[in-house]
Design a protein around this ligand. Structure first.
Ligand SMILES: Cc1cc2nc3c(=O)[nH]c(=O)nc-3n(C[C@H](O)[C@H](O)[C@H](O)COP(=O)(O)O)c2cc1C
Length: 173
């Protein structure tokens, strides 16, 4: 599948929309709900068994996904802002909650993401942070971008995944 050329067209996520997907351990999509299909602009068949990175927008800094994977693999839920790319090149912003679900015997069942709309306040703050992380990533590399991310966490009193998630949820109020 050829990746769409990103445009400046934003797709609206309404306050009632709950965009859901599930994946296997590698992040390959195993389930999408109807609103996921509608907003992304892809057919269900073209999404299933594909990596979630099909939605990856070039404006997203790598460090955010690194943080996401480190935590969900450890079984920690992650609440994070994500700008996603649509099939037509447009984009949409969401606050995603990503978590691991386990079987009754404790083995891995799937990863699940639920995504909701974000407020203007959250968007304004996150756009500035992500632009900075991406700029440093491009100019100085991933390690330098991670150092900026770590500084952002400590400046905001974020010491673990719980305080990270609380901070992100509070921004969206
Ligand atoms: C359940 C789940 C949902 C995900 N949802 C998204 C998403 O909506 N958008 C996105 O860009 N990445 C999402 N990811 C992260 C991707 O797996 C991937 O790490 C990311 O797109 C960056 O791509 P890359 O690792 O190939 O650079 C999700 C991962 C999981 C496990």
């Amino acid at each position: 599948m050829t990746r769409p050329e990103p445009t400046d067209v934003e797709h609206e996520v309404k306050s009632v929309d709950l965009i859901v997907s599930k994946s296997d351990e590698a992040g390959n999509i195993t389930y999408v709900n109807p609103i996921f299909i509608k907003i992304s602009g892809y057919t269900q068949a073209s999404l299933l068994e594909k990596p979630h990175a099909i939605l990856r927008h070039p404006d997203m800094p790598k460090v955010i996904f690194k943080y996401l994977w480190k935590n969900i693999k450890e079984g920690n839920d992650v609440v994070a802002y994500v700008k996603n790319l649509c099939a037509d090149g447009g984009y949409y912003w969401v606050l995603a909650t990503v978590k691991m679900a386990k079987n009754p015997d404790g083995s891995f069942r799937n990863y699940m993401s639920t995504r909701r709309c974000i407020t203007k306040r959250a968007k304004d703050i996150i756009i500035v942070l992500y632009l900075k992380l991406l700029d440093i990533e491009k100019k100085e590399g991933e390690e330098a971008s991670e150092a900026i991310f770590e500084r952002f966490l400590s400046e905001n009193g974020i010491t673990d995944s719980n305080s990270f998630n609380e901070y992100m949820k509070n921004l969206n109020k």
